[in-house]
Ligand binder design. Structure first.
Ligand code: NCD
Ligand code: ZN
Ligand code: ZN
Length: 359
């Protein structure tokens, strides 16, 4: 194949696969198929879909659902709650999850932790051998950095979106704190100006920001302050988005790699840096390795992002109409072709658990 990019084990460490009580938005089978079609070997699923992953029971429910239905490899986060659930942080639970997620600003779902004392209890209880991922916006970034300084639990800052947040995190890295930084394609390729056109389809948390903020994210990719690009794939139905109170969140699993390949084509990003951002760094940070013969082949060919080409259950994208460069042609996992550019070839349940073996 002429002009292709080969990615070894692309891992999206921030997705909301839905299923369970939110199966109308997406299912484990459908959204993991979207992951394969998007070029991903594996995904890490967030805990906010009800029933929230905040107890050993709900963790077992989610893991059983994924074990039965997932077509890509997977891990799940445990969620910290405002009502103290730290008694659940046993070695058994910790070994079965990719990390703990703390929501420190208002978001979709019921997992907001608004006060620093409660956050500190979670930091004190979660082991340093694992990791914490945080939703923290603006001043909250500094609040969380205090906890990282005090407790030294490796902390991944999800979907960082402003120049000011980047400044805080660059300083934290220079000071040697164990922090890593994720940014999303929507903050890299859209700005607040796009909300006028997209309406509710351009609403997510964190909200789209200014062009200056977007420039700061690209600079932070170039300078190494940003560690990973994560989709924050968060499907909601078109009917929900058209309602009076549209929920925040946009799908992204099938558009991240084409958008980044477009940046490579436009020479805003090198191929090597892209592979670090979507595969090598996520693997290191979350402590997993793809098996042998696990890779994605992308052909550098142009196409337009359209509803008709998407597999995600929600059936839309904030990037519709964009001309991009980079079609996922093949995904191989452990020597088996699981996506051929048109069809997902893996059967339900063939995706493996990355943490703690079978459910
Ligand atoms: C996410 C969702 O819908 O689950 N929404 C979003 O806007 N990103 C929640 C989240 O990641 O904060
Ligand atoms: Zn979030
Ligand atoms: Zn999210």
């Amino acid at each position: 194949m002429a002009n292709t990019i080969k990615i070894p084990g692309a891992l999206d460490p921030h997705v909301h696969l839905r299923g369970m009580d939110w199966s109308h938005k997406g299912t484990f089978a459908g959204e993991t198929a979207a992951a394969l079609a998007g070029g991903y070997w594996a995904v890490l699923d967030m805990p906010n879909t009800p029933p929230e992953t905040t107890s050993p029971q709900t963790l077992a429910t989610k893991r059983a659902g994924l074990a039965a239905q997932a077509v890509c490899d997977w891990g799940v986060y445990f969620g910290g709650s405002q009502a103290d659930n730290t008694a659940a942080y046993t070695p058994e639970v910790v070994s079965r999850v990719c990390g703990l997620k703390l929501y420190n600003n208002a978001t979709t779902g019921a997992l907001l932790i608004g006060d620093q004392a409660t956050r500190a209890r979670h930091y004190a209880a979660w082991p340093r051998t694992s990791r914490i991922a945080v939703h923290a916006e603006s001043e909250t970034v500094a609040d969380i950095l205090e906890l990282v300084r005090a407790h030294r639990v490796p902390t991944h800052f999800c979907h960082i979106s402003t120049a000011e947040e980047i400044r805080h995190l660059r300083a934290a890295k220079e000071a040697g704190l164990p922090v890593t930084v994720g940014v999303t394609p929507h903050h890299l390729f859209l700005t607040e100006a796009d909300v006028a056109v997209l309406g509710a389809l351009g609403r997510m948390k964190p909200e789209l920001k200014t062009l200056a903020d977007q420039d700061a994210l690209w600079d932070a990719i170039a300078s190494g302050v940003v560690d990973v690009v994560e989709s924050d794939h968060a499907p909601h139905t078109l009917a929900e988005k058209a309602s009076d109170r549209p929920p925040a969140g946009v799908p992204g699993l099938e558009t991240t790699l084409p958008l980044l390949c477009t940046a490579v084509h436009d020479m805003r990003l090198t191929v090597e840096r892209m592979i670090e951002l979507v595969a090598l760094r996520p693997q290191q940070i979350f402590g997993v390795r793809p098996g042998p013969e696990t890779y994605t082949v992308i052909e550098m060919t142009p196409f337009t992002i359209e509803r008709a080409n998407l597999r995600t259950g929600c059936g839309w994208s904030p990037f519709e109409g964009m001309s991009v460069m980079g079609k996922v042609r093949e995904v191989w996992v452990r020597g088996r072709r699981v996506f051929d550019g048109e069809r997902v070839l893996a059967g339900p349940g063939s995706g493996q658990s990355l943490y703690g073996g079978a459910a």
